[in-house]
Design a binder for this molecule. Sequence first.
Ligand code: PPS
Length: 476
Amino acid sequence: MGPLSPVRTMRLWRPRSLGVALGVFMTIGFGLQLLGGPFQRRLPGLQLRQSWIPSLGPTVKSCLPRQRLVFLKTHKSGSSSVLNLLHRYGDQQGLRFALPAHYQFGYPKLFQASKVKGYHPQSSDTKKPFHILCHHMRFNLKEVLQVMPSDSFFFSIVRDPAALARSAFSYYKSTSSAFRKAPSLAAFLSNPRAFYRPGGRGNHYARNLLWFDFGLPFPPETRVSPHLPRDPSPLQLRIIPSAAGPGTLFQPVTTAANSHQHPAGFASSDFRPSSFIQWGLAWLDSVFDLVMVAEYFDESLVLLADALCWGLDDVVGFMHNAQAAGEQRLGAANKSVLNGEDQQLTARARAWNNLDWALYTHFNRSLWARIEQYGRSRLQRAVAELRARREALAKRCLMGGEALDPKYITDVKLRPFQFGSAKVLGYVLQSGLSPKDQEECERLATPELQYKDKLDAKQFPPTVSLPLKTSGLLPP
Ligand SMILES: Nc1ncnc2c1ncn2[C@@H]1O[C@H](COP(=O)(O)OS(=O)(=O)O)[C@@H](OP(=O)(O)O)[C@H]1O
């Protein structure tokens, strides 16, 4: 490997070295606190990513589409819907995917380059043969850079930990020992310590799953605050009027006094992100070019298309991997007025997943800062256009125009993998589609596992064994 550029060197701060740095940092943290102001601002050299400049508008096309991508597919956060658009784009453009031998890269272990099918150690960025790395992993930058060029576009997605907890509890009920013992999510969150043991089987699904997937080290004091289950500051959720429709979601409200510092839930000093967390977030900022927010999925897609210099048609798609009762769960987390029980559950889930809540609010803020840069009304127009195209596609492609219970999906190519305690919804195509529409609609509706198999077969075509010349071995 040639000399490391400062950017690459800094990016190689992997979790273990980060952990040591964090330990040192925490010991001097108090002194730094005395300097006042957010610590992040005192690390000018740490911001490694090129700062993002929004494009000038639809008429000015001065960029080249980016085709080297690392997508950290976090769990239960809308990531399968993103995966579908990556699969489609890479498939149509003939790009090479860094694929796992099965469906994940040794998860929950940290990502290892050796788990990539067809990987051979490469000496330089230019020789790296893959364009897209996007399947489930626990992020490990050093190993990712063995497979992908360091100037790849790094991105990921986060979701409100309360919605994520509802989704994960139902999906991983039998996988996590903590969830398995709990009769309900409400019972679990009312006294998590009664069920949860750190390091217990599958228990990374039960607490701070996003933080885990991002490969960050856990602070030594990862334990329930003595104030739990007291709720953090009263949660208010505001519906954004412009985001009407099924995708209508919320923006955590901040009070006027603290709007630039602490989103709702951090207003209480108990939930102020510690310096440890701040450091982890600053590190992620230095690595990831964009972190999407599931609650603002369409807004995130528009920003993604802009950052990648892709068209809207490249990012428009259908929702994948929704669980049958998911809409109620999603609704519960996003209703403007939550009933007492929902509100308590939401608050408890956010407090229990305190690291994820810090991640989520951090990236929610970054997204909104980016939206401001892009221009709110310009974004609204693009989101409306995206939704109109999605609706038109749904009408053209889908039986019933929407996701259906798997009992209706008889085509194995389209039936989503069923797991967890709720049904996973999928799609049935309209009959009588033209061959062109059939192909396009199938791409949009294909679940992630089947699409991965298709890409795998394309990249690694089965070797055809040559017919043997010995006629004696051939059947008569
Ligand atoms: N576009 C969009 N916006 C908001 N939310 C979305 C979106 N697409 C998928 N989802 C919801 O994300 C949940 C599935 O997440 P993942 O695909 O990451 O799950 S998995 O880890 O790959 O199994 C799953 O949540 P639940 O239904 O609550 O389980 C999906 O409904």
